[in-house]
Ligand binder design. Sequence first.
Ligand code: PLP
Length: 443
Amino acid sequence: MSDTSQAGDMPHSAALFDRSRRVMPSGYTRHMVVAKPHPAYAAKGDGCRITDVDGNSYIDWVNNFASQIHGHNKPEIVDVIRRQVADLMVAILPTEWEVKLAELLCQRIPSLDRVRFTNSGTEANMMAVKAARAFTAKPRIAKMEGGYHGQYDLLEASFQPRPDQWGDASAPRAAAHQAGTPQSLLDEVLILPVNDIATARALLRAHADSLAAVILDPFRLQVGLVEPRHDFLAMLREETARLGILLIFDEVWSLRLGYHGAQGCLGITPDLTSMGKIIGGGLPVGAFGGSAAVMSVFEVEKGDPRVKHSGTFTANPMSMAAGFTAMDLMTEAEFDRLNGLGVRMRDGLERLRVDLGVTGQVQGSGSVSALLLTDKPMGNYRELVACIGDGLLERQGLLQKQLLKEGLLTMRGGYIGSTAMDENDIDATLAGVGRALAKMKTM
Ligand SMILES: Cc1ncc(COP(=O)(O)O)c(C=O)c1O
């Protein structure tokens, strides 16, 4: 939950929230925007800035949870959407846009020979799981304790388990994330401890006969807090290949790390990749793909496909046109520039941390950075929970509130950059972060 109470005058947002509470539970339809006493309601985005309905302006460091890699109002994207809305919003016939976006993804992302589209990252992961089951003829899925993959109930298991749900560290239990989750569903999931090579390897070997796939976000679990180590990822690649289990990289978030996705940066190629966010150019989207052999479960030449997949808005030309345009603008040079801004941000945060004597650590990669106000290790989900028990989220929440007063819109003091930013925006942000941290020291 964020705190907008000190952000500035917000009478119009307050009035909208009052109306909202009469028609939506507690006034919300996305829990990630919950704020105290109410959220700021957005009116307009422009480049890297966003203005709320009361005229308060912020540098947008959330970018709709990383989907807006070009920030707001990118002229080329606005133009293509305008043209497409006039030509054809959606129809039963496929369009050239889906072919162009599929070609672009297959050319760039090492694991992709064939790709299919969905409407969200959640749906992409769900379909990747179905493909893996059909291909391997095995039913169960392994995921990391603390891993987030959207809202497909199977993959929600052990996203944020409480310590009383954990079980022994050598055999973590699959814990329900939602009230009412059936035990039979949890039985279909094997939970692995991220970065514990010996335990994860032993669990994979013990359960290989029933496992269709291992899924993980190769960049960071829990929206940025725990990073899988390269040797852990390499072990997963080696073991899954040996045991006849597919490796799925959930790159819904991490595709923004580079021209060839996180898998290109890591030099590790999964069997299946799910995508979303940046590949829609700001409109709803998802995609998943893999080798021609694995993706053959969707082929129709020999009759009914082994996995059936459709969707009213799947590959709608609006998302495909915006997505292709956004991705086409993300040349290798543009990824380098954006990631260079990320380096400038992390260097600046580290300087502030040292100069101001702040207890914490700077983390991040590519265009995503954070100053986490703890010096304790966060190598796995259980260590993260220990930091949270130590007040980490409260400190990050306080930082977010101070940053908002500086006109910086962040999610708990994390910074997700966009190509709409330049070095001046980074320096202005760092100046604001410095003032916010100095203020926090006096509290
Ligand atoms: C790693 C990861 N997987 C899946 C999702 C779900 O994507 P969507 O919100 O488009 O369903 C997200 C969303 O934040 C994510 O970060």
